[in-house]
Design a protein around this ligand. Sequence first.
Ligand SMILES: [Zn+2]
Length: 81
Amino acid sequence: MSVLFPSAPPGDGAAETVCSAKGCRTPAAYALLWNNPKLHTPDRRKTWLACEEHREQLSSFLGIRGFLKDVLPVEDLPHRT
Ligand SMILES: [Zn+2]
């Protein structure tokens, strides 16, 4: 279940694998795993989903801040509840 950006409208179906970029409805191809050390314990991972188009944008946003830990194909994302 995606928790980061509540941008997907309810009732849209298949929302859990949609890109996290604001306003984007493209199915995600990548999962960006990140951690903000000021907010999260070191082993915590937040997840953003990104389509091909937004992977660069979202990963550089996180990378600049030093938050980005990992980028995985979305199929490799462990299921989280
Ligand atoms: Zn996107």
